[in-house]
Design a protein around this ligand. Structure first.
Ligand code: PLP
Length: 482
């Protein structure tokens, strides 16, 4: 073996990372197994032993009739679904399968402009033609609230032929629209409502959290159990209720999109996370909510910091209290800077940062010590920064929606060429460009680069904010349709 083949760089970096003893205020919520089902304890050391396949007695994910079928039906009962599917490629694959089950090429679907990128992949796969819902913004924090009743009603009125509405519930900041009202509006139009509940697996288990998507009336919901529900990364649940979706269509799309070698450790972790939530979800979430309330109170009293709460949102919106958005703008710090200071000096890792804010997640496995380290770090940063704080320049708002020339699918499969960003005004975009986080696409494949978009992207490029989607993430060039 060549000398360098003795290295295992990823494994080594993980070991090194673990030795550093960071505070983990981010996903996944089990926090390295702090909150896992007691049943899992015996298996913790045995990852390789349970890495099995469709052997006698172990059932088959694509046509389950034994233990997987039973585990799925227990999950369905816990969440109040008619049918639940275990997923091994995250919520991403569930959303894509639902879009494929719902739409044929050219058929309209109403989605938020700031849908997750997996929805774009679903549009390309299904050929669906998106009609966008543009979200209002919580001004003081510069973050999207997600589309509300007015936007959904208007879109349905304007596009009667749409096959359904897909919405994100809640968004990355934990902001949840009034889903019950949205479901009423969508059902009145005779259409199904799909809820992207990637961040909502914990909602049904504590009264301080927004109501779960299925009990609000969503016809289909996909949730990342691995984010807030305590299972392993990549494992998600897809739920159906009512008659809008044919489970056979959804199963066929999933069999088409998912791996033919589903990981048993992931499937087992879904089974055990469901067990844990059924057994002690309420108690675990009570702990998380209490810790989050304390962090909110303490951080809100620190000079120069502002904490997002429901008073900052428009009527009808609610907030997941376990997700805390903190703006350091009063200290002259961008979210990126605040997050970097917390990490470098205090060993605190947060879930995400944007121009203005950081977001921390207090999940079922969060520890008291992690929360104390965060608050202590924030206090020290405030003391240091107050005397030197300069007002933070406000980032420009995202540009208006550009004219659309092609559907995402048509654009995806068209010939493309690269042009310098400065020269792309008036050309049709061949990729998607989202500024991360929060990842609202500035331009979708098939849309025109307007002068306003080019100026905005030049600003993004100069600011160094992370960009997702383009082949050249430095934005020196963009791909346009030939
Ligand atoms: C709103 C939203 N939807 C969908 C997804 C995709 O979920 P997953 O990572 O489970 O595929 C994410 C992931 O971050 C998300 O934030």
């Amino acid at each position: 073996m060549q000398d360098d083949q003795y290295e295992a760089p990823l494994y080594t970096s993980l070991l090194k990372y673990l030795k550093n003893g960071y505070a983990h205020l981010h996903l996944p919520a089990h926090r390295q197994g702090q909150a896992i089902s007691a049943l899992w304890k015996g298996l913790e050391q045995d990852l390789f032993k349970i890495d099995l396949t469709e052997l006698p007695g172990l059932d088959n994910l694509t046509s389950p009739s034994g233990s997987i079928a039973r585990a799925q039906s227990l999950a369905a009962r816990l969440y109040g679904a008619k049918r639940t599917f275990f997923l091994v490629n995250g919520t991403s694959v569930g959303l894509q399968a639902l879009l494929m089950a719902l739409c044929r090429p050219g058929e309209k679907i109403i989605i938020p402009r700031d849908s997750h990128r997996s929805v774009l992949a679903g549009l390309v796969l299904s050929g669906a033609d998106p009609v966008y819902l543009v979200s209002s913004v919580a001004e003081e924090f510069g973050i999207p609230e997600g589309p509300g009743e007015a936007q959904v009603s208007e879109a349905l009125d304007a596009c009667g032929e749409a096959k359904g509405v897909l919405t994100t519930y809640p968004n990355y900041y934990g902001i949840a629209a009034d889903l019950k009202k949205l479901a009423e509006i969508v059902h009145r139009a005779g259409r199904p409502l799909v809820a992207d509940e990637a961040h909502a697996a914990h909602f049904p288990f504590h009264p301080s959290l927004p109501e779960g998507g299925l009990s609000c009336g969503a016809d289909a919901s996909v949730m990342s159990m691995h984010k807030m529900g305590g299972s392993l990364t990549q494992s998600s649940l897809l739920h159906l209720q009512g008659e809008f979706f044919d489970p056979g269509d959804v199963a066929a799309a999933l069999a088409f999109l998912q791996t033919s070698s589903p990981s048993y450790p992931l499937l087992v972790s879904l089974d055990l996370a469901r067990h844990m939530l059924a057994e002690k979800g309420r108690v675990l979430l009570e702990g998380a909510v209490q810790k989050a309330v304390q962090v909110r109170e303490s951080a809100g009293k620190i000079p120069g910091l502002k904490v997002l709460d429901s008073r900052h949102l428009r009527k009808g919106y609610s907030l997941d209290p376990t997700r805390i958005t903190i703006s350091g703008a009063g200290l002259g710090l961008s979210g990126f800077q605040l997050s970097a200071m917390l990490y470098r000096k205090y060993g605190v890792n947060v879930e995400m940062a944007d121009f203005t804010n950081i977001v921390v997640v207090i999940g079922v496995g969060a520890t008291e010590e992690d929360c104390v380290r965060l608050v202590d770090g924030l206090k020290e940063i405030s003391l240091e920064r107050q005397p030197v704080a300069r007002p933070l320049c406000t980032p420009p708002g995202p540009p208006a929606l550009p004219p659309r020339q092609l559907t995402p699918r048509q654009a995806w499969f068209s010939g493309k060429r690269k042009v310098p960003l400065e020269h792309c005004s008036g050309l049709v975009c061949g990729e998607w460009v989202a500024v991360y986080p929060p990842g609202i696409p500035v331009v979708y494949p098939g849309e025109e680069f307007t002068p306003e978009i080019v100026e905005y992207l030049k600003w993004v490029k100069a600011s160094g904010a992370p960009v997702a989607g383009p082949a050249d993430p430095e934005l020196r060039t963009v791909r346009v349709i030939e």
